[in-house]
Each structure stands twice: as C-alpha cells, then as structure tokens.
Design a protein around this ligand. Structure first.
Ligand SMILES: Nc1ncnc2c1ncn2[C@@H]1O[C@H](COP(=O)(O)OP(=O)(O)OP(=O)(O)O)[C@@H](O)[C@H]1O
Length: 281
C-alpha cells in the first residue's frame, strides 16, 4: 500500500533517512519524540516537500506518477493544516463535494451528527477536540483507502481520543484493504489500534516491531547495580540509569524469566519501552 525506501531529507544538521512499509489491512504507528522527523516523513510522502533521496510508492506507483484519482484515495490529517477558521461545517460541504469525486455527504453528515459537531458555528469557535474530529471525518468521508494521519489525537482528552480511535477502527472494518499510517508522540493508547510500530529517533528508524511481539516478547528488567553487573546483556537492547539501579529493555523476555528468576521483569506499556529505547544507552 505504501513503501518508503531510503527517504532522505536534510534540514541543516538534521538528516532524515528512513524506510518503512504500510501493508493493506494494517494500522501502522509512527512514533517518536518532538523533532524526530515524523512530520517531515509525512510531508515527503504527500509530496509537500522535495526529498533529497529515496523512493516512495503508494498503491504500487511512485508518488511522482500518482494521478488525481489516486491522490483522492489518500485521506490526510496534518498537524498544521485545516480549514479557514471563518468557515462552518455547512459551508465546507460544497467545497469537499467539489474537491473529491467520491465525497460521501451522507457519511460525512452521519459522523458530524454522531460527534455532535455544530453545523453552523464558525470553525474558529470549535474546541481543539472538535477541530481534530472534523479533520479525521473529512479524511475518511471521501472513501479513501489509505489514511495518513499526523498526530490525529494531539490535544484530545481521553473520551475524545477514544471516539476518534473508534472512528478509525470503523474505517478499518469497512474494507480489509484499508490501511492507516498514523504518528503520535509516545502514546500507549495506540496499542489497541496499531498492528505494528515504527519508532523514529533523530531522523532514523530505531525500531520496527509488530504490536503483538512488542507486548509478548519485550519487557523491562529492573535491577540494582550489583545484578546489573552480573546480567547477561546479549539480549538487552538499551538500558537506562535509575535511582534504584538500571531499567533494561529486552526483546527476549522469556530468556530472563528462565535464567534470572529473582529479578523484577515488567511487561511495560509501549510508552515505557519507547522511553528507554529513546533515552537509554
Ligand atoms: N521547513 C523546515 N526548515 C528547517 N528545518 C525544519 C523544517 N521542517 C522541519 N525541520 C526540522 O526537521 C526536524 C524534524 O522535524 P519534524 O517536524 O519532522 O519532527 P516531528 O517528529 O514531526 O516533531 P513533532 O512531534 O514536534 O511534530 C526538526 O529538527 C525540525 O527543526
């Protein structure tokens, strides 16, 4: 569905150099700290910035060769985009109708009703959550096959985030070929939605793993200084100094359960795994 091969983009000392793939039927999470390169990757995928190197394929075609119809099969949410704040939902309907051949007004209005968005209020008077929901509703109301969502849950409270994730689940259930690439700051609530995760740090992919494997095989060992020096470190990906000793991230939980029955082994949420992956040595 989407293949990014050796994408490069240089901004001063920052160098993005990343490869990733989103398969049909997959929700792929793209996580990393502020400034890691998530938005730059998304903008390059969408052809909004020039790339310095690499290839990007969507629907089996190079992005340079996508025609208008292909482009309309991509639903997009970017963190720094949106409608003019002076428009209302009622007034953007004809715009969307003109913009997208497959705009589904019925579906759009169904979501607008479901999420209690006011049709005649100016968008500038919307709350952060209302604006975020509107962006996702627009992205899925023109029968897109691939959604590219940059921080769609940013600034949302827990309830709004759940509603938005439900909307994305429904999008995935509609068609087994649908796919989503979504970025987020380190965020465990994506665990329930994403099938796999790419983690980006300083422009490079430092981890790619299926969510199931992350949750079943990865763990955090919490050890004191003494246990740390006696620990077989061959399956330790990263470690981080703590007040009690060290937190160590492993992708071979079972090995440590069997060979070190006395150390504390925590499954850890994806947040914690990522925090060690990012900040550890
Ligand atoms: N137009 C630009 N000109 C110069 N530098 C840029 C530009 N856009 C991004 N950068 C730099 O590229 C790096 C990656 O930024 P990017 O916005 O891709 O990060 P991000 O992972 O999306 O961060 P955040 O989570 O804060 O949105 C940063 O060092 C940023 O300063």
């Amino acid at each position: 569905m989407l293949k990014v091969n050796g994408l490069q983009k240089q901004y001063g000392t920052f160098l993005l150099d990343c490869s990733l793939e989103v398969k049909p039927g997959y929700v792929t999470g793209f996580i990393g700290q502020n400034g890691a390169g998530k938005s730059t990757t998304f903008k390059a995928i969408l052809g909004l910035i020039f790339k310095d190197g690499g290839d990007i394929e969507v629907f089996g075609k190079k992005i340079e060769d996508l025609n208008t119809l292909d482009k309309q099969k991509i639903g997009v949410v970017l963190s720094d985009s949106g409608f003019s704040e002076y428009l209302t939902i009622q007034s953007i309907i004809p715009i969307l109708d003109n913009l997208y051949e497959q705009f589904d007004k019925g579906l759009f209005l169904e979501y607008i009703e479901r999420f209690h968005l006011p049709k005649n209020k100016k968008i500038k008077e919307f709350s952060t959550g209302m604006k975020a929901k509107l962006k996702v509703i627009v992205a899925i109301s023109h029968h897109a096959k691939l959604l590219i969502l940059d921080e769609p849950t940013a600034g949302l409270d827990v309830i709004a985030r759940d509603e938005l994730l439900d909307m994305l689940r429904e999008f995935m259930e509609e068609d087994e070929e649908h796919a989503i690439l979504m970025s987020s700051h380190i965020s465990s609530d994506l665990e329930s939605l994403c099938d796999d995760f790419y983690m980006i740090d300083d422009g490079r992919i430092v981890l790619h793993e299926d969510t199931d494997v992350l949750l079943s095989d990865y763990a955090i060992l919490k050890v004191d200084e003494n246990s740390f020096s006696n620990l077989d470190q061959q399956y330790i990906l990263k470690y981080k100094k703590e007040s009690f000793g060290y937190s160590c991230l492993t992708h071979q939980k079972q090995y440590y359960i069997e060979n070190y029955p006395n150390i504390s082994i925590e499954n850890g949420r994806i947040d914690e795994l990522m925090m060690i992956m990012n900040g550890g040595k």
